[in-house]
Design a protein around this ligand. Sequence first.
Ligand code: UDX
Length: 450
Amino acid sequence: MEKEGKKAGRWVLVLYPFQGHINPMLQLATILHSKGFSIIIVHPEFNSPNPSNHPEFTFRPIPDKLSESNVSLGDFANLVLTLNKHCLAPFQQCMNQILHEKDSTDHVAGIIYDTLSYFAQSVADDLRLPGISVRTSAAATMLVFAVFPNPDKEDSISENQTLEVDLQILQLQQLLASILRNPTDAMSKLRTEVIHATKSSSAIIVNTMDFLEEAVLSKIKEYFPSPIFPVGPFHKLAATRSSSLLKEETNCLSWLDKQALKSVLYVSFGSMATIDEQELIETAWGLANSELPFLWVIRPGLVRGSEWIELLPKDFLDRVGERGCIVKWAPQRKVLAHSAVGGFWSHCGWNSTLESISEGVPMLCRPFVGDQLLDSKYICHVWKVGLELENNNLERGKIEEAIKRLMLDVEGENVRKNAMNLKEKTELSLTEGGSSSNYLNDLVKHISSN
Ligand code: UDX
């Protein structure tokens, strides 16, 4: 993307410090920079991005006082609440410094923040600056928050109220029942905070495409008054550099170069999911028995209680030999764009979902928690670009069968065709006159007026 003429105003972008959030926020920063805006990245010290990968931005770390136990307990709601509590005062100080910098002639136009770093909105309110909320997951997750059962609040949709057809297909009601019924106090508090901040924001940016979530997006507009800009997929709108926290093993790309067209199954469960030894072993034999080449990301820590691949049986490694490539972390976007990749066995994180859709790669879905369950429903039942792997049936025979269905069998043909159609639609949305391109122009106009 051509860098456009310099626009007045610096924007402060506030990160939520996890890989699945850092990537899209830095991609958005790159898009805005390419449109001529100056960018200051404020980030908690935990999981700091590497500033040398992005010399075009100014980076400002703020202390977050997160402890190992805050992060390792896996208590999502308490982690978000704690982070927001700890970062509020340091961010106020940081903003005061930025606003009083002597050497800058450019005014600070506003604050753009990850929805989960909602502390930024209250600082924006205090400073009377516009605050823009960025949803890095599917737009539908905003609705999940809004329909969170909360009898004390009149602004939430009642649990029993019938939702739009698309949402019924998504089985949102069932998801709500299973994920959100009897929410913990922390979850209820988080819901209130997120809704409050999002309603106070002057605009909402979502990493999605209009055609992917059309009905959901129009429903959201009834609940959130600010303008909404679905300008995804961010990673396709600007040539972004890697923001991986782990080292990418690029040797897998030369391994891919040696494989036949669309023959490889790429397997990765993102940056946070964990599995047990039994699942590792069943996965290994399912892959081996499929007889297909595979590229498997086994992140250190993926298997609970192990360092890396020491639990993999020697006879599995001997059997697959050069047919399998195992890495600790892959350059995922390049992998999915490689012509040898024919399928993606995924945990259905939203970034992985968008990256796969953008390259026309069909998915085998093994969601773990939270929005991944929703994304998997979208992939398999709404867009029909993937097949579900039943989580309670992750046994080698079933895995082998599912891999073959996705990659080879006639049964998977429609899914493979739909995936290519969705890639074309994505490309269209990004070209001039397409929905993401139009929304991006509108967004640039909107933020240029501050
Ligand atoms: C988390 C949640 O799990 C997810 O559901 C939510 O939508 C965002 O936060 P994560 O588990 O990291 O995200 O998954 P995902 O959203 O797919 O993001 C992972 C990112 O890491 C992707 O951008 C992917 O390209 C990248 N990645 C992953 C690599 O670069 N290399 C790898 O080997 C694996």
